[in-house]
Unconditional design. Structure first.
Length: 80
């Protein structure tokens, strides 16, 4: 069988798997983020996300958050 089917999980499965770890991520939100970052496989209307793709989604989201944090912080310039 295909590795995508062996390793890939639906957004609902990922959401359920993350919940015991204290991560509340709805399937709808995960589906949206997967589409935004192009990290999913679609077969018909079904979406599958592999562990590697999930890692990439999380890394890209963390990068977006850190960029937003840097933009919000006032610049720290040395005083003259």
């Amino acid at each position: 069988m295909s590795k995508i089917f062996d390793l890939g999980r639906t957004p609902e499965e990922w959401s359920a798997k993350l919940r015991p770890r204290g991560v509340e991520l709805s399937p709808r939100t995960l589906r949206s983020k997967a589409r935004t970052h192009g990290q999913y496989f679609a077969i018909g209307r079904a979406i599958f996300i592999t562990p590697d793709q999930m890692d990439e989604i999380l890394l890209r989201e963390a990068d977006l958050i850190s960029q937003a944090d840097r933009a919000r912080r006032p610049s720290q310039r040395p005083s003259a």
